[in-house]
Design a protein around this ligand. Structure first.
Ligand code: NAD
Length: 349
């Protein structure tokens, strides 16, 4: 039988806490990868895992990802994540969230939770009745916090501009063609900012009405979802799904830059080498999409006002430049360079 220590994704996690509450039926796992830089922060995912080992793998992998992301965002936060093992219908009750809140509280601040797939703000409010170690709660208008989407898209937009400067030498997006996958919260902000700077926008979403609405707003063109990844453009900006960069899709790319906000764009680390070998400049996802977590962290740590959050997001291009410079100097792909930098920052260099 495989023990926890033998899971390939086990990476000397500081805490892996298995939670069972018979009364509410809650089953959850909380993993804290590193508290080197501060409390292990990361959202809670509520998901149906047909095979329980998948939940363990997910929480180990996601919590390590949060350590890297928070470190590279320059935050005083470590990395953690929780998964709630839901039934097939993904039923959830306030009793489950109460039990989960008590479990988070029992870790005395080693783990700070937030929203992730399957969890809504009202769910978090229920959790927050039982623990203070929660971020991403509703905030008063004008206060730091709330919807991370606009902050993520601001960082992605700045990251795209940095990539264009680095790869093409242009200081503006004017006249450039940007292919955007997704027409949701992050994609919308990127499209509006890029269009305002004079870029030509193509948009694809599996929800055609959503794509059309955004295209109309920015004077862009709707493209079929299966065509956006092979469009000829200066930038491909993935802002929908993860694992879209596979050996096959990388071979078919027709842009010199891939820079977008979607999480976990590379199907596996090996794709980092493939995209690099094609001479395509890649912006590591957890570095370029850190605007949202920067905003959420400032709400929790109460260490910045709106201007301070903006200033931190505006450091994203500099961090990308540092990664690309090291990639140029060493020949290693940017995703691998980012991982090594993050490991150094959390004291595991
Ligand atoms: P969203 O739900 O608002 O938008 C996602 C959009 O992608 C939806 O319109 C959906 O229809 C579309 N989509 C799904 N599959 C698609 C496909 N195959 N082709 C084209 N479009 C498809 O989500 P969001 O908040 O904008 O997040 C987008 C991505 O950015 C996700 O990967 C998310 O994990 C990541 N991200 C978001 C934030 C944030 O602050 N919202 C922060 C970091 C990372």
């Amino acid at each position: 039988m495989q023990s926890l220590w033998d899971y390939p994704d086990f990476d000397d996690h500081e805490v892996v806490h298995f939670v069972t509450d018979r009364t509410s039926g809650l089953r959850a796992i909380i993993a804290v990868h590193s508290t080197h830089l501060g409390p292990g922060a990361g959202g809670t995912r509520l998901w149906h895992y047909p095979e329980k080992g998948e939940a363990v793998r997910d929480v180990l992998r996601l919590s390590r990802g949060m350590s890297y992301k928070n470190a590279m965002a320059g935050l005083s936060l470590g990395g953690g994540k929780a998964v709630i093992l839901a039934d097939e219908a993904r039923n959830k009750t306030n009793e489950m969230f109460a039990a989960f809140g008590r479990a988070v509280n029992g870790l005395c601040g080693k783990y700070v939770t937030a929203e992730d797939v399957g969890i809504t703000v009202p769910d978090l409010v229920e959790v927050s009745r039982h623990t203070g170690y929660v971020s991403g709660l509703p905030v008063a208008s004008g206060a730091v916090g709330g919807d991370p989407g606009p902050h993520t898209s601001y960082g992605v937009f700045l990251g795209i501009k940095a990539a264009v400067r680095n790869k093409l030498g242009n200081v503006s997006l004017a006249g450039l063609h940007i292919a955007i996958q997704g027409a949701g919260s992050v994609a919308g902000g990127v499209a509006r900012r890029a269009a305002a700077e004079g870029a030509r926008i193509s948009i694809a979403d599996i929800d055609p009405a959503r794509a059309q609405k955004l295209a109309d707003e920015v004077g862009g063109t709707v493209v079929a979802p299966d065509q956006i990844m092979t469009l000829e453009a200066e930038v491909l900006s993935p802002n929908a799904l993860g694992a879209i960069l596979t050996a096959q899709s990388i071979a078919a790319l027709r842009t010199p830059i891939v820079a977008g906000g979607a999480n976990n764009q590379l199907a596996t680390p090996a794709e980092g080498d493939l995209i690099h070998a094609r001479g395509i400049l890649y912006a590591p996802d957890y570095v370029i999409n850190a605007g949202g977590i920067i905003n959420v962290a400032s709400e929790y740590l109460k260490d910045a006002d709106e201007a301070g959050v903006r200033a931190k997001i505006e450091q994203i291009p500099g961090r990308l430049e540092q990664i690309w410079a090291e990639s140029d100097a060493t020949g290693r792909n940017p995703a691998a360079v980012a991982d090594t930098m993050a490991q150094r920052l959390i004291g595991r260099g």
